[in-house]
Write a protein that binds this ligand. Structure first.
Ligand code: NAD
Length: 486
């Protein structure tokens, strides 16, 4: 099927689709062809001011908190339903502007729908507590929304990240301002179309697309923002944390990763290869929790390398919209960055079991790459490449494997492949990461808490736990008199 892509997309502020104040537009390019795809109204400081003002007015009106929680439940679930109605449109524009495979774009849209279902259903279950203080006192806690919740979204999963953030934020009663990624914002627009159709109060959901250092920086430093939810790179996270520190604003930081799977000699290698397909080659490896390193026991190292290299070589390369298995990376800058990592690795002594460079074809395509003979201390073994580049590291003991797996500044995800339960649990206990996958990379779902340790950030998204990111606890203590004294 094909969906016509609108030629021009506006920002959504205070319940209206609006042009940039000064009329500025940005041309989006198709990663598979590098041809122009559509234009967006480019937001700057003034649009961010307007969006925050609209969200503040919504908060001041108490429109989201004065209603019965069941009303918020319906609003949030209705966004999911309206997004499901727009499933083809959302998946198609997401595939076209991000370059990802159409089936992956559908899966991402379906995942976003799930966030609205899941957190919508929790909107009327966010409860406080009664705290016993003995005679003469009544004490209770109230989960209070922050107010204006700002969401700065990365380009690799723009639709999923908006759903993951704004569904619990709205369920808890916050108004939101979304800063869409400047390279592929169109899927975010379709979610906001769904929110508009769901009939939330004006100003509850606002969307601006603009450059990070301009619109993003203005949003996170804005005095009208009460909470910042950021997903993106460590460097940007650090600069946002400085802005948040200046105003003492709470943040959720979902940052990068360099996640390793430890592969023991008794591992089910079919399961490992299946996980590698999705773990490093899905979305051309542009996944924060990608399985970008395999730490493999000597006994199976060569067989693993042979099998994952064959997997990479067998992938059908092409445009996302043709549902290819290996799709382009999102931009020319990203391709240059990924190729830079592999060039330096190869000239530093690593070898490529397959791939190793840019593909000679139109579009921003990096060859599926498997690097071997890599020094665990080298750049490519420790830095987030964010492309279809798998690094295989050889180890000779479980202790060494865990040390190598933990040997980066990141701690987002980790994994272990073994048929031995004791070994799996021993390793899972020692891997320093926010989530550990055993025998299937990405085992989990909307229901399972997700987030990082070390430089991968803090705070957990997904699961019931994440709803608590979006409220602060107010305690009300009441002195109660004795009626017999009246
Ligand atoms: P990025 O940090 O460059 O940009 C992320 C967002 O921040 C974009 O919307 C960008 O416009 C904005 N931004 C950039 N500079 C800013 C500034 N100074 N102030 C405010 N906003 C600013 O990251 P990216 O390249 O879009 O995404 C890739 C990174 O995101 C990777 O490191 C990846 O691991 C990470 N990521 C993490 C998760 C997670 O859940 N942990 C999920 C997806 C992506």
């Amino acid at each position: 099927m094909t969906v016509d892509i609108d030629a021009y997309w506006r920002n959504f502020i205070g319940g209206r689709w609006v042009d940039a104040v000064d009329g500025q537009r940005r041309v989006l390019l198709d990663p598979a062809t590098t041809e122009p795809l559509a234009e967006v109204a480019l937001a700057g400081v003034r649009e961010v001011d307007d969006a925050v003002a609209a969200a503040r007015a919504c908060v001041a009106s108490r429109a989201l908190v004065s209603v019965r929680p069941a009303q918020r439940l319906r609003w949030v679930m209705d966004i999911g339903r309206e997004l499901a109605v727009r499933r083809d449109r959302a998946a198609y524009v997401l595939s076209c502007d991000s370059g990802k495979a159409l089936s992956e774009a559908y899966a991402e849209v379906d995942g976003a729908v799930r966030y609205f279902e899941y957190y919508g259903a929790l909107a009327d279950k966010l409860e406080g507590a009664y705290i016993p203080l003995g005679d003469g006192y009544v004490d209770y806690t109230v989960p209070v929304p922050h107010g204006v919740s700002a969401h700065v979204i990365p380009w690799n999963y723009p639709v999923e990240m908006v759903g993951r953030g704004i569904a619990p934020a709205l369920a808890a009663g916050n108004a939101v301002v979304v800063k869409a990624p400047e390279v592929d914002p169109l899927g975010c627009h379709v979610i906001v179309e769904a929110a508009e159709a769901a009939g939330l109060p004006a100003g509850a959901v606002n969307l601006v697309t603009g450059d990070g250092p301009v619109a993003g920086a203005a949003l996170v430093a804005h005095p009208g923002v009460d909470q910042i939810v950021f997903t993106g790179s460590v460097d940007t996270g650090r600069s946002i944390l400085h802005a948040a520190a200046d105003r003492v604003v709470p943040t959720v930081m979902e940052l990068g990763g360099k996640s390793a799977a430890v592969v023991f000699d008794d591992a089910d290698l079919d399961a490992l290869v299946a996980s590698t397909r999705w773990g490093i080659f899905m979305n051309a490896g542009q996944v924060c929790s990608a399985m970008s390193r395999l730490v493999v026991t000597d006994a199976v190292h060569d067989e693993v390398v042979e099998r994952v290299a064959a997997l990479g070589e067998g992938l059908r390369v092409g445009a996302g919209i043709d549902d290819a298995e290996l799709t382009p990376v999102v931009s020319a800058a990203q391709l240059e960055r990924v190729a830079g990592f592999t060039d330096r690795a190869l000239s530093g002594g690593a070898s490529a079991a397959t791939g190793g460079g840019v593909l000679d074809r139109p579009g921003w395509f990096m060859a599926p790459t498997v690097l071997v003979d890599v020094d665990p201390r080298s750049e490519v073994a420790r830095s987030e490449v964010f492309g279809p580049v798998l690094t295989v590291l050889r180890t000779s003991s479980a202790e060494e494997a865990v040390a190598v797996a933990n040997g980066t500044e990141y701690g987002l995800a980790a994994g272990v492949f073994t048929r031995d339960l004791d070994r799996a649990l021993w390793t899972a206990d020692r891997l320093v990461a926010g989530q550990v996958f055993v025998n299937e990379w990405y085992a989990g779902g909307v229901e399972t808490p997700f987030g990082g340790v070390k430089r991968s950030g803090f705070g957990r998204e997904k699961g019931q736990e994440a709803l608590r990111n979006y409220v602060q606890t107010k305690n009300v203590g009441i002195r109660v008199g004795d009626p017999r004294a009246l």
